[in-house]
Design a binder for this molecule. Sequence first.
Ligand SMILES: Cc1ncc(COP(=O)(O)O)c(C=O)c1O
Length: 493
Amino acid sequence: MLEPKSRHDLKLNRRRTQALYRQIAEQIKTRIASGELPGGTRLPPIRTLAAELGVTRLTVQNAYRELQAEGLIEATVGRGTFVGPETHPSLLHLHLGERLTPMGVLHDVHKVQQVRGVRNLALASPDPHLFPTEEFWASLEALHPQGSEVFQYGPVIGDPHLRLAISGLLAQRGLEAQAEEVLITVGGLQGLALTARVLCQPGDEVIIEQPTYLGFLNILHTLKLRPLPVPLDEQGPSLRHLEALLKKHRPRFYYTLPNFHNPTGMCFAPERRQALVDLAIRYGLTLVEDDTYAHLAYDMPPPPPLRALDRSHVLYLSSFSKVLMPGLRIGFVLAPSKLLEGLLALHSASDICGPPLLLQRATARFIQQGGLERHLRKVVPIYRERRDTLLDALRAQMPRSVRWTQPKGGFSCWLSLPAYFPPGGLYQAALQRGVAITPGEAFLTQTQDHTHMRLCFGYQGSEALREGVAQLAPLMREQAARLTHTTPIAEVL
Ligand SMILES: Cc1ncc(COP(=O)(O)O)c(C=O)c1O
């Protein structure tokens, strides 16, 4: 049963525009996520809670109904209303935030996925409710007549049908690529890891953007490669910094995210893209272009890849994890033939072949039957609306000292704030309020910088985004009020 003390903890604010039933549901949800209300806890009868909070029974009933629809509570006639059985962990019991390294945070992000009731703004993933499952099943079923063939080992380089479908997709983006140049990988991450292993030896230097995708920082760390960070401005990477690095160092390559960058959501300006390629040509630098989010473009069509500007200096890779479904584990690399040989050799030494042939073939069919195009037509407007919801909520609620990027695509928004919190402090405080964020440290090489966080807007619906910001904003305001001196505002792009 909710203890009397915590019953009094449910606070209603009648001046807020948020409906009272939602305020009740939200607070109970936070307690379920945090573990304060474990599975099996009996909630107060509707009549009792309504009397205590001074609201109508209908208000409490609506709150319970909403929690029930989300599968968080269960009502049994004659017995009462209970928090659902304890089949999921709660935030407080997961020991999150013990390490703010890319690997530590990656582990956390996936653990948080199992928690009920959490507002998950930490996961740069598509919303599973929007997966094109039915149409994909139809693609799988259409392969039935192919019988045992699709359960064989596939070719190391990938299924020819899928490689052909990918070459067609790339042509639509202004990038001519023969199917023979395409290597299928187990997600984009394997493409990145293979590339780094083929191009580098331990101790080598690699240029990265600051901030950059935490999965790639994890690869650098694991392979004992040294990152050389280049700062970003609103147009893209700072060319002045980049050129200074190229004059002093011999980096093996530069890992870049020109389209809907993770974690900032930015898209590099056309002049900066050309200048970046020109610099690569001048210094003989290899650019490894990660185009994973390109199709999730909210304000304009995605620009052509950098590789369309220069084939000999740009190696291109991407994935279907964000635009389709991450569980397919299908990514791909486009590489010049010499490099492709090295990638293939490494790939076959560890894997025999890539993702299951059945899934590769079904993905090829799905693309060729127009499934991807239809799916994007459906989800891009939804993700655009979620992006707008997040930005509106931040604008309305965050104190002036907090700044954020204006993502043009993808799933990520990057926030910068004064040095309010000790290391991991914001992360923990947010978790206690039932909100998962990604701490900024995981995307940076300067791990002593604790003034950033990433908020993702793809995985959850607009309501959870609003609730998430409504929980985070007071944390910022409380900290801002506590500061006795003015702290410099962290940089934002
Ligand atoms: C920029 C970027 N590249 C690559 C990946 C890896 O994706 P996959 O799930 O296909 O391995 C991710 C996943 O978050 C990403 O954000």
